[in-house]
Design a protein around this ligand. Sequence first.
Ligand SMILES: Cc1cc2nc3c(=O)[nH]c(=O)nc-3n(C[C@H](O)[C@H](O)[C@H](O)COP(=O)(O)OP(=O)(O)OC[C@H]3O[C@@H](n4cnc5c(N)ncnc54)[C@H](O)[C@@H]3O)c2cc1C
Length: 288
Amino acid sequence: MPLIANAYAYDFAHHHLLTEYTNHTGTDHQEIEALAAGLKSLSTWNATATIQTCREACGGKGYLSEMYFDLLKADTDIFTTFEGDNTVLLQLTAKSRLTYFRKQFGKMDWWDTLKYISSIASTNLTELNALVTRDTSEEHLLGDEFQLAAFTYREEYSLRSLAMRLSKKIKGGMDSYEAFLDVQVHLIDMASAYIDRIVLEQFIETIKEQEQNSVKEVLISLKNLYALHRIEEYKGWYLEHDYISASKSLAINKLVSKLCKELKEESQHLVDAFDIPAHMTATALKFY
Ligand SMILES: Cc1cc2nc3c(=O)[nH]c(=O)nc-3n(C[C@H](O)[C@H](O)[C@H](O)COP(=O)(O)OP(=O)(O)OC[C@H]3O[C@@H](n4cnc5c(N)ncnc54)[C@H](O)[C@@H]3O)c2cc1C
């Protein structure tokens, strides 16, 4: 179920990217390129992981050609490399985020840019409230406010600490190319956190545009599953940074399972909505 939620989340984000691309005036070209690069990376990795999970869910049968997983794998696997290797593309996304701040002040050099990022990010990273870090209520965990705050916190923390690390290296005499090489893993983390935040924002925006309440309700559950599952995947980070308590982490795990059970009833409709041609799903294994 989290993989279906991811498919919806990335699909909505791709629609947003297409709209931005179609309407862009030329001035925000680099931002669109960064979004496309990051989204391509996360969604193609997700496709590869999804096909593998589906193959395993069908056991040994899934390995047979008549199940088509081999074709799907052969067709999608290379997307993580061509049109730009995913890791390299995420570096591009991260550098573009830093350049975005640099451009805001015309002639700012790297040193001033990094100092600037550290200062603006620190104003947003407000002191963590113990009542919030321990709040395990469903109302809180299922709210856009908590989910967006958690995604934004990870992004801003990563951006700020990256700027601090880079400025320390550059101040210490390292040239900027070497400094960027030294923080590669951090760059990728920051880019991924940035894309996650945009994807969640677009999910929330898409829900607002829906007119039918029944559709809205299912999409809200899917959005909750996407967001909470992503937080669950990063729970090590959130726990290390005291953003959530151990009991809150457990409450999120439980809620993810609960959402999976609830959404199970809708799974067939959710997949049918992609309108996948019947001949592509007519496999030897029958699902009931
Ligand atoms: C089927 C197929 C079709 C293709 N079609 C086209 C086409 O039509 N036109 C075209 O121009 N190209 C095409 N390509 C080439 C494709 O774009 C490249 O394969 C892709 O950009 C990756 O480059 P590479 O193979 O040199 O791998 P590399 O860049 O050598 O990457 C190998 C590994 O090193 C890592 N790595 C590389 N650089 C860095 C770095 N700076 N920091 C950290 N890690 C790094 C990568 O993450 C990866 O894990 C195609 C490739 C394939 C397989």
